[in-house]
Design a protein around this ligand. Structure first.
Ligand code: ADP
Length: 365
């Protein structure tokens, strides 16, 4: 019997998709008479209507307004990516945006009752991760191939990695600190000692997610809401073994990974008067988000060097960002007056990730 690897071994260009989700309806901003209008022209635009200094239109692969349900986001954005995972490709989906704009809502949403046998029993507010887990096991069980699924859940806070599934949580509420080391087999880095938990069905997998999410919340409450300043990386590792019809009885092994990442808030804490510890945190958050932005920009521009080494976040995600992988950024924004600068920052970051720097359709009003 010969073993053949599939999927991730195949050559495929990096594919990056950027979508925007706006959690509330347009409101005229009191501060400078500005309005943020989601998909007013082509269904793919976010238009900032206001003074010339801010007025412009940004284009993305998709934009979702306040009426977009969790189910719709899953169907439009995530389901096609899960198809790639089933083919053996490594993929990453991350939520980027200011704290309070809906990153955790989008990635996790309401987990109550999500550890159910039937996906239809999930809350309509359940987010991307529980929906992905249910859909993944439905797909796997509809095939004859043998499979195994493992999940891990890591939190990266102040450039330190903690295991959210560790049963021996340290006294601060986090799991013990773990080291990021060079990967022996793959490109990039792995987290030494991170638990890869074997899960046999969606219910099991969602229970692991709930356990980690609870640990993250407890740690956040003890340590002055660290969750807005940490990155949470939920990883699903899938191995599918298929027998081919050939005389040699070849076995094709598809190994793939899906990283679902809830990034730290993109607001620059340093700029909003933070001091000491917060300034240090802000600079590590900025470093990781900036290096993630640089990696993604380099992937969409030909002949540009990609440096994954500048932050732990990009080192950890290296084997799922770049050639032969698929990446999706969900940029979350709000419509409140005091957040307009951060919102423009998020739109800009998301726009640059698409490799389109000159914005079209500048608003002339
Ligand atoms: P973040 O993770 O970006 O800090 P959260 O996901 O915690 O933000 O969202 C802040 C609050 O707003 C939560 O109470 C969440 O349930 C709510 N929320 C966010 N986005 C939406 C949305 N699209 N629809 C309904 N409620 C939302």
């Amino acid at each position: 019997m010969r073993r053949l690897n599939s999927g991730a071994e195949k050559e495929k260009d990096a594919c990056i998709q950027v979508v925007v989700r706006c959690r509330d309806a347009p409101m005229r901003q009191l501060k400078n008479n500005t309005t943020i209008l989601v998909h007013p022209v082509h269904g793919q635009d976010v238009m900032i209507d206001g003074p010339a200094s801010v007025a412009r239109t940004y284009q993305y692969d998709g934009v979702f307004g306040p009426r977009a349900t969790q189910e719709r986001i899953y169907d439009k954005v995530v389901r096609p990516i899960l198809d790639e995972v089933m083919q053996g490709y490594n993929c990453t989906i991350f939520a980027y945006g200011q704290t309070g704009t809906g990153k955790t809502y989008t990635m996790e949403g309401d987990l109550n009752g999500a550890d159910t046998v039937r996906p239809s029993h999930m809350s309509p507010e359940a987010g991307i991760i529980p929906r992905t887990l249910h859909n993944l096991f439905d797909e796997l069980n509809s095939q004859t191939a043998e499979y195994t699924v493992h999940v891990s859940y890591a939190e990266l806070y102040n450039e330190k990695v903690h295991d959210l599934l560790a049963r021996d949580g340290a006294s601060n509420g986090f799991g013990n600190k773990l080291k990021v080391v060079k990967s022996k087999t793959d490109k990039g880095a792995t987290i030494q000692g991170l638990e890869d938990r074997l899960v046999i069905n969606a219910r099991d997998a969602v229970a692991a997610l709930q356990e980690g999410a609870l640990r993250r919340r407890v740690a956040a409450t003890r340590c002055n809401d660290t969750s807005s300043r940490s990155h949470a990386i939920f990883t699903i590792m899938v191995s599918i073994r298929e027998r081919t019809e050939t005389a040699e009885g070849d076995e094709i092994v598809k190994l793939s990974k899906l990283n679902l990442v809830d990034l730290a808030g993109s607001e620059n804490i340093g700029r909003s008067g933070a001091q000491d510890e917060r300034v240090r945190e802000a600079s590590t958050i900025n470093r990781s988000l900036l290096s993630l932005g640089c990696v993604i920009r380099s992937l969409v521009r030909p002949n540009t060097h990609t440096s994954y080494r500048d932050s732990k976040l990009t080192r950890i995600l290296q084997d799922s960002l770049g050639g032969g992988t698929r990446t999706c950024m969900i940029a979350t924004i709000s419509n409140s007056a005091e957040n307009i600068e951060e919102t423009i920052g998020t739109l800009q970051y998301a726009s640059e990730a698409r490799g389109i720097v000159n914005h079209l359709l500048a608003n002339t009003k």
